[in-house]
Design a binder for this molecule. Sequence first.
Ligand SMILES: [Zn+2]
Length: 150
Amino acid sequence: MKCPLCGHLDDKVIESRQNISGTSLRRRRECLACGYRFTSYERIEEIPLMVVKSDGRREPFDVKKIERGLVRALEKRPVSQVEIEELLNQLEDEAAMEGKANHEIPSKTIGELVMKKLETVDKVAYVRFASVYKRFGSVDEFIKEIEKLK
Ligand SMILES: [Zn+2]
């Protein structure tokens, strides 16, 4: 790498350190010409998770959509914002796990993950979500339908 001080292109790596989650690597380098020490970083380029809808179209996974669905289903239910945040974190992780093989997840699978969560958290919200979701088959349609009811 090019020395930031003298512009020389040869250096040696003195030290390599990985972060705890293993997603980035930091290297301490020393310029072979002037001895100046500098740091370079390597990061994993993340491939976005894509949601495959029932009609075959794909769109990037968006946790905000799940949040809107959850907030609608949990309206006036005794579930705090903190609990909703926690649910969203779990759902995001679970969706990433489900889709890790090819960076794709069917929207149907997301709906099922949401239903499983709601079933353990709040039965009323579960029934609200499930009754509409099962009829319409996607979180998007669920949100649209619930919005019409208001
Ligand atoms: Zn140098």
